[in-house]
Design a protein. Structure first.
Length: 268
C-alpha cells in the first residue's frame, strides 16, 4: 500500500494516496454541485499528496477532475431546474475567456495579494448572506433583462479570471453573484453556476493542456469520482430546495475563510 504505483500520469502516488484523492474528489464533487467550493477539498488534497511535483500540475489536473463533475451536475440540474439558457451561455462564454486569461497570467500578482482580496470578499459574502435569511429563497430579479445580462457578463468575466488563476471559492462566488446581485433563488443560481463553471474549467484547460501540465491518469480517475459525487449533490440540492443550498453555502464560505486565513497566517 505504501509503494509508489509507478504508473504514467500518476506522479508516483501510492495506492493509498490514489484512493484518498479519489475519495476527496467524490466529496468535492458533491459539495461543488450543491453550492460550489469543492476545490477547497480537492485541490488541497492534491497539493498535500502529489510527491515532488510542481503546484502547476496539481492546478491543471484539478481542472480535469472538476470539469467532469461540474458538467455532470449541470446535466442533472438541467433535468430538474429551469435554466435561462440564453443568459447562462452568454455568461459562460465571457467566463471562459476570463478563465483563459487568468490561467495565462497566474503569476501576475503575488499569491498573498490574491489571498487577501478573496478572504475579504468571502467574509463580506458570508456576513451578508447570514444577515439576510430570506436571501435566495425565491427568484426576485432586481434588474431589467438587458441590465441583468450585463451584470452577469461582467461578473462572469471577473470570476472566470479568478478561476483561471486557480483561486478558491469560484462556484461560491458565482452563486452569490447570481443570488445577492441578480436576484436568483439559490437553487436557480446553483444550476446556472454549474453551466458557467464548466466554461471556466474549459478556459483554464485551453492553456494547461497544450502546456503539458495535466497528469492524465490521475485526472481521469479523479474525474470519475467527482462525477459520482456531483450527481449525488445535484440530486440532493434539487430535492431539498433553496433553504438547504443556503445552509451548505454558508458552511462552505466559513470553511473557505478558515482555510485561507490559516494559509495566510502560516505565510503560505
Amino acid at each position: 500500500m505504501l509503494d509508489a504505483l509507478n504508473w504514467p500520469g500518476f506522479a508516483d502516488l501510492t495506492l493509498a494516496g490514489l484512493l484518498f484523492l479519489c475519495a476527496a474528489a467524490f466529496l468535492a464533487g458533491a459539495v461543488d454541485a450543491i453550492v460550489g467550493g469543492g476545490g477547497l477539498i480537492q485541490l488541497p488534497a492534491m497539493l498535500l499528496l502529489l510527491p515532488g511535483g510542481e503546484v502547476i500540475y496539481s492546478l491543471a489536473t484539478n481542472k480535469v477532475a472538476a470539469i467532469a463533475g461540474t458538467a455532470a451536475a449541470a446535466r442533472t440540474y438541467a433535468k430538474r431546474t429551469p435554466i435561462d439558457w440564453s443568459a447562462a451561455l452568454s455568461m459562460a462564454l465571457v467566463a471562459l475567456l476570463g478563465s483563459l486569461g487568468g490561467a495565462m497570467l497566474a503569476n501576475a500578482l503575488p499569491s498573498y495579494v490574491l489571498n487577501i482580496i478573496v478572504l475579504a470578499a468571502l467574509v463580506a459574502v458570508g456576513i451578508y448572506t447570514w444577515r439576510k435569511p430570506d436571501l435566495g429563497s425565491v427568484d426576485a430579479p432586481r434588474f431589467q433583462r438587458r441590465v441583468q445580462l450585463l451584470v452577469m457578463l461582467a461578473g462572469g468575466a471577473v470570476i472566470g479570471f479568478w478561476d483561471g488563476i486557480a483561486g478558491p471559492g469560484t462556484g461560491s462566488f458565482l452563486v452569490f453573484l447570481l443570488v445577492g446581485l441578480v436576484g436568483f433563488a439559490f437553487l436557480t443560481a446553483s444550476a446556472t453556476a454549474k453551466v458557467v463553471n464548466v466554461a471556466t474549467n474549459i478556459g483554464a484547460l485551453i492553456f494547461f493542456i497544450p502546456a503539458g501540465k495535466v497528469l492524465w491518469g490521475l485526472g481521469i480517475l479523479m474525474a470519475l469520482s467527482n462525477i459520482a459525487g456531483s450527481v449525488l449533490g445535484a440530486m440532493l440540492a434539487a430535492r431539498r430546495g433553496s433553504g438547504f443550498v443556503r445552509r451548505v453555502f454558508l458552511t462552505v464560505v466559513v470553511g473557505l475563510v478558515i482555510s485561507l486565513g490559516w494559509k495566510m497566517a502560516a505565510g503560505a
